[in-house]
Design a protein around this ligand. Structure first.
Ligand SMILES: Nc1ncnc2c1ncn2[C@@H]1O[C@H](COP(=O)(O)OP(=O)(O)O)[C@@H](O)[C@H]1O
Ligand SMILES: [Mg+2]
Length: 303
């Protein structure tokens, strides 16, 4: 549904996107991850036909969005990062207005369906100017669906919301998946990605540093991390000895607690032996897998 090859974009002397490649298949819920300023919105504005690329091919729904296209020819839905609506229109009027401005007739059944789906049926007659962020975001997702697109671009749909509002947005994205839609959404909230995405692209300073199925990225990176707490803070020479163990990749100390990133699942036994040989009192010894946040930070720090 989306295939991007060699996409470049600069603003003045600043290279915002560097040779970006992306691949999104039908039915994917694609999480486009990156820090603020990584280039997510720039990428999305090019793929939605709103901004021009310097070079590259960006096949979106069979058309090349890197060349000049009329955004409405792409047959996509788009929720901008900061959606703006006419404050004086009600939610219902907003959806009718958007439907009619795309050349279609008002369709009350469809408008009601969308209002109900996004949970705004009771607020349908209220002016959008008085809506909370979460309500605006839900209206925006409904608005992105007004022309029945198969592919939707959502730019940070959940980032500015409280946990409840985020939960609502994530549920709507899951519904979109169940409707068979393809969703490309950007975020810097990695737990949201872990909850709903099947594919992930990580953008660091305008470059894609990793792109794969979420489960593949998780599989590749599930190195065990041991959180170990002792009754007294460990001396530096002890920490150095732990670092020297063959199966240990990295040790971080936090007063009486240390975090040991290891190379294999066998390392637990070795660590345990180390602590008992040195006669150190272990208060707690916990294994956890590194999550998307750890993986992301590792990719960012490589650069
Ligand atoms: N119109 C513009 N003119 C100049 N610089 C821009 C413009 N749009 C974005 N940038 C710069 O490009 C980089 C990427 O921005 P953006 O795509 O908005 O990042 P993100 O959405 O990941 O936070 C930022 O450094 C930003 O300042
Ligand atoms: Mg952005």
């Amino acid at each position: 549904m989306i295939n991007v090859r060699g996409l470049n974009k600069h603003f003045g002397n600043f290279q915002a996107l560097k040779d970006v490649n992306l691949n999104v298949e039908k039915g994917d819920i694609y999480g486009f991850i990156g820090h603020n300023g990584a280039g997510k919105s720039t990428t999305i504005s090019i793929l939605t036909g709103l901004a021009k690329a310097d070079s590259g091919t960006c096949i979106v729904n069979g058309k090349d969005a890197c060349k000049t296209v009329n955004p409405s020819d792409l047959g996509i839905g788009y929720l901008p990062e900061d959606p703006s609506f006419y404050k004086w229109m009600t939610a219902r009027e907003t959806l009718i207005y958007l439907l009619e401005s795309s050349g279609k007739k008002n369709n009350p059944v469809k408008i009601n369906e969308i209002l109900e789906w996004v949970g705004l049926e009771e607020s349908a007659g209220r002016k959008v100017g008085g809506f909370s962020r979460g309500m605006k975001q839900r209206l925006g997702i409904g608005a992105a669906l007004i022309n029945d697109p198969q592919l939707l671009f959502l730019d940070e749909p959940s980032s500015a919301l409280d946990p409840e509002g985020r939960g609502d947005v994530l549920r709507l994205i899951k519904d979109l998946r169940d409707m068979g839609k393809t969703v490309f959404f950007s975020t810097h909230i990695l737990s949201d990605v872990e909850r709903i995405c099947n594919k992930v692209g990580i953008l660091v300073n305008g470059r894609i540093v990793k792109e794969d199925r979420l489960e593949v990225i998780q599989e590749e990176n599930i190195l065990p991390i041991y959180d170990i707490e002792t009754d007294i803070a460990l001396k530096n020479n002890i920490v150095e000895d732990i670092e020297k163990l063959k199966c240990v990749k990295k040790v971080q100390t936090f007063d009486k607690r240390i975090q040991v990133l290891t190379e294999s699942h066998e390392c637990g036994k070795e660590l345990y032996r180390f602590f008992s040989d040195k006669d150190l009192n272990v208060v707690s010894f916990n294994l956890r897998k590194n999550d998307l946040e750890d993986i992301f930070l590792e990719e960012v720090n490589k650069k």
